[in-house]
Design a protein around this ligand. Structure first.
Ligand code: FAD
Ligand code: NAP
Length: 568
């Protein structure tokens, strides 16, 4: 293995694979390190029953190669984990990516050498690689979180985490199973585990809003029609706040009549999935508007769940979309089964895990298996598990001790030639992540091409640009209802984690425009060191950058947010 490469990429999920391909196209020598024994990232690790995407597969897929998007055929509206993993393996083979990927290799440290202007990257297998650029494609939802319940290690049965699911099939037939957690993962897994288990006990701390996915096999005629003009679907998605077609409207819930609202929500409930959030433009700004959607979903839960006491416990009290909206298949229906029990651990907290099961303040539940659907140390967790040191030995962990600080979510002051894909401060987890990943890969590749063409040694954002961007990210978030609940977007699921709203809610189109402007203006906000001519606008030939002609009239909740707080 080469000891010196142009770039090291950490992670081989959607982001790492795409980034590798882009840099290879530019003739760079690249090494990818991946902790898992296969490529695929999220889709390699999250093999729990029911795991599937909640952005339609025709949009939750790469667009960098038209041949790829034409030749791959999705079988369902929302592909299963297995199908997405097959797709990513196909991508790795089709673009001959594997030869540069070291599997089962975890990066433990990345240290910037200021004299040599390069990164020294070390792994748990003893590799030491020197690279000009270090690119973190480590994932926003890849650091699984298992709460440290007292007695956890004493449990005699089997334990699972949805984000680290075994590769061999897991069979719960005839067993008493406990599931802790009712976020997107729990909500997908619970209906299927309930079908197998003799008894299923669901430990719910916060009830969540969920809408039916209305998943179904993809009609080949529909797929053919999309492929006949794929660019149109991609363009439509790129104009939407979340980077996919949510059919977002300009209409305000507070101005619509009760009948109009009901009709809109009913239509979106029937057609299914996350476009429910696009129903009205004020849903994420106005409590009054949001409450109309919340009342609608609560009514649905009341209609579906036969036992009124159970329905009451399942009733979310907060803001729709504040914690990520879930998308399910038969979730609420599952609580009509006689083998399913719902335990409200907000009212009666889990006190301990015992040898035989779970003890709450009210009862003991005997279990053969416990499934932790308890989520992730999101957005910063994978990065903080690596010892990353920039100029003057500054540790990223220390710099981010009070919350992540980035310029555009792509870079951070003090860490030259260091890029983060879909990092905090970018639309990231508030968007269809595949286009967000591709946009970052394109931007980073163009930036590296520019630096190489100009013989530059280093690029790093200025403190001023970073501060302004962080302030903007916070200001935009504060115009919305997002900071009002204890979500993982805020780090609130991890005890002791600073409460900072991490993703950029200004919307995908607004963000892309900003990134393009930064580049067109000669990497405005960055200091480029050692170049023959610094901070020129890159040649168009090199940029090949993501182009989203921003039609500001396409009003979206996020575009409104960004307008209220003009983009810096
Ligand atoms: P990941 O896929 O997380 O890959 C990161 C990789 O980096 C991992 O394989 C990890 O092992 C590796 N890694 C981390 N640290 C190290 C290290 N130190 N050394 C070596 N390797 C390391 N997003 C959507 O937009 N739509 C969806 O429908 C959707 N569904 C999801 C469903 C689930 C169950 C989950 C958990 C997430 C979902 N997401 C969805 C978000 C999803 O994470 C992204 O869409 C996307 O897959 C992220 O790709 P990535 O390459 O950035 O990160
Ligand atoms: P999550 O949304 O963070 O949900 C974790 C659940 O565990 C919550 O219900 C949480 O309760 C509960 N929990 C955590 N710690 C607990 C404790 N100590 N005691 C009791 N309960 C506890 O994690 P996730 O479900 O894995 O989803 C994470 C993200 O991954 C999603 O938001 C989404 O972005 C993505 N995802 C997408 C899909 C999809 O449909 N495509 C599927 C899975 C995941 P509280 O709410 O009270 O904290």
């Amino acid at each position: 293995m080469a000891r010196t490469v142009d770039a090291v990429i950490v992670g081989a999920g959607f982001a790492g694979l795409c980034m590798l391909h882009r840099l290879r196209q530019q003739g760079l020598g690249v090494r990818v390190f991946e902790a898992g024994s296969g490529v695929g990232g999220t889709w390699f690790w999250n093999r729990y029953p029911g795991a599937r995407c909640d952005v339609e597969s025709l949009e939750y897929s790469y667009q960098f190669s038209d041949e790829l998007q034409q030749e791959w055929a999705w079988t369902e509206r929302y592909a299963s984990q297995a199908e997405i993993l097959r797709y990513l393996n196909h991508v790795a083979d089709r673009f001959d990516l594997r030869r540069d990927i070291a599997l089962e290799t975890r990066v433990t440290s990345a240290v910037f050498d200021e004299q040599a202007n390069c990164w020294q990257v070390r792994t748990d297998r003893g590799d030491e690689v020197t690279a000009r650029f270090c690119i973190m494609a480590t994932g926003c939802l890849s650091a699984a979180n298992t709460p440290q319940f007292p007695g956890l290690a004493s449990f005699r049965g089997r334990t699972f985490h949805t984000g680290k699911w075994p590769h061999e099939p897991v069979d719960f037939i005839g067993e008493r199973v406990g599931v802790i957690g009712t976020g997107s993962s729990g909500i997908q897994a619970i209906p299927l585990i309930a079908e197998q288990a003799a008894q299923l006990v669901v430990f719910q701390r916060t009830p969540n809003f969920s809408v039916p996915a209305q998943n179904h096999p993809l009609d080949p005629a529909v797929q053919r029609a999309v492929k006949a003009d794929y660019g149109e679907l991609r363009h439509r998605g790129s104009q939407m706040p979340f980077g996919f077609d949510t059919r977002s409207t300009e209409r305000l819930a507070v101005e619509a009549s009760a009948e109009e609202r009901l009709a809109e929500y009913e239509e979106r409930w029937r057609s299914g999935g996350l476009p429910f959030l696009g129903a009205f433009a004020d849903m994420i700004f106005s409590r009054e508007a949001n409450e109309t959607a919340a009342v609608f979903i609560r009514d649905k839960i009341r209609q579906i769940v036969r036992n009124p006491a159970v329905a009451e416990k399942l009733m979310p009290r907060g803001v729709v979309g504040c914690k990520r909206l879930c998308s399910d298949t038969n979730y609420f229906e599952t609580f009509n089964r006689s083998n399913v029990t719902l335990v409200d651990v907000n009212a009666t907290p889990i006190e301990a895990i015992t040898e035989r099961g779970i003890r709450t303040s009210a009862a003991h539940y005997d279990l053969d298996a416990i499934v932790f659907a308890t989520g992730f140390d999101a957005m910063t967790g994978a990065l903080s598990r690596i010892d990353i040191r920039g100029r003057q030995g500054l540790a990223l962990r220390d710099k981010w001790a009070y919350g992540p600080r980035t310029y555009l979510g792509l870079s951070t002051t003090g860490f030259p030639n260091f890029f983060i894909m879909t990092g905090p401060g970018s639309p990231s987890v508030l968007s269809n992540m595949v286009p967000s990943i591709e946009q970052h890969a394109s931007w980073i590749a163009a930036c590296i091409a520019h630096l190489t063409a100009h013989g530059a040694r280093r690029i790093e954002p200025t403190q001023q640009a970073e501060d302004a961007w962080v302030a903007h990210v916070n200001e935009v978030a504060d115009t919305t209802l997002y900071p009002t609940c204890n979500s993982w977007y805020l780090g609130a699921n991890i005890p002791g984690k600073p409460r900072v709203f991490m993703p950029y809610i200004g919307g995908f189109p607004v963000y892309v425009q900003k990134c393009n402007e930064v580049m067109s203006n000669g990497f405005e906000g960055f200091v480029i060191d050692g170049a023959k001519s610094t901070n020129d606008a890159p040649q168009v030939r090199l940029t090949d950058r993501w182009r989203v002609p921003l039609d500001i009239e396409v009003i979206s909740p996020a575009a409104i947010a960004a307008r209220r707080v003009p983009v810096v």
